[in-house]
Design a protein around this ligand. Sequence first.
Ligand code: DQA
Length: 148
Amino acid sequence: TRVLVLNGPNLNLLGRRQPEIYGTDTLADVEKLCAETAASHGLETDFRQSNHEGQLVDWIQEAREHHAAIVINPAAYTHTSVAIRDALAACDELPIIEVHISNIHRREEFRHHSYVSAIADGVIAGCGIQGYALAVQRVARLLEQREG
Ligand code: DQA
């Protein structure tokens, strides 16, 4: 069973980009954390990052066929993208957890609104990269409940 973990724009720079906000762990560290957390629940992860909105939309559409759940940090597209929200809304069979490394509610006003939150099953913000591990754990639980 494969969980798609998607990362939006600028997260390729994680660890070097505003470390006072996002910390010093890199996206490779996040990938490892997700893989390890998933493995402990008998799941696999498919971990991806893109700076391009359309690429993210394509991957979300493909998840309908190929993945059991989606964990997504849409990064700046959180606050702008109706296209990503609509793509996620079309995955009505899949559990979806939204993750933000920083606490978007404690930051600038324009980060307080998310287009994704209203269609996500859960939202995690301000837990650092641990938020990804929490999201994978949550997905594992939701998939277990679905099977049971
Ligand atoms: C972010 C928060 C967004 O507001 C920002 O644009 C990001 C990262 C986070 O993980 O805290 O790029 O999604």
